[in-house]
Design a binder for this molecule. Sequence first.
Ligand code: ZN
Length: 101
Amino acid sequence: MIDERRGTSKERGYGAAWRRVRLKKLAQDPLCQCGDFDENGQLRKRPRPGCGYLAQMVHHIKPISIYPKLRLVMDNLRSLTNGCHETLEKNIGGRPGQYGR
Ligand SMILES: [Zn+2]
């Protein structure tokens, strides 16, 4: 019997499909969406305008380490600058358990 092929973590996390979805997200939302998150790193019910800078990366709201099936789901993605992502990760880090690291 052959186990289901899982690939390396690199293949699972950053394959061609992810690159496509990432580019699509950045094309759809080129500006940082930090205003979507509150000071605890949680999604706001009413998103605010972000910082206005061009996004540099795409963040998974629900981490793929816990929700691998949401890796390519647009609803689970937010465009962010590197700086805002760092802040967000710190804010999330203040509430361990909910997101994991
Ligand atoms: Zn921002």
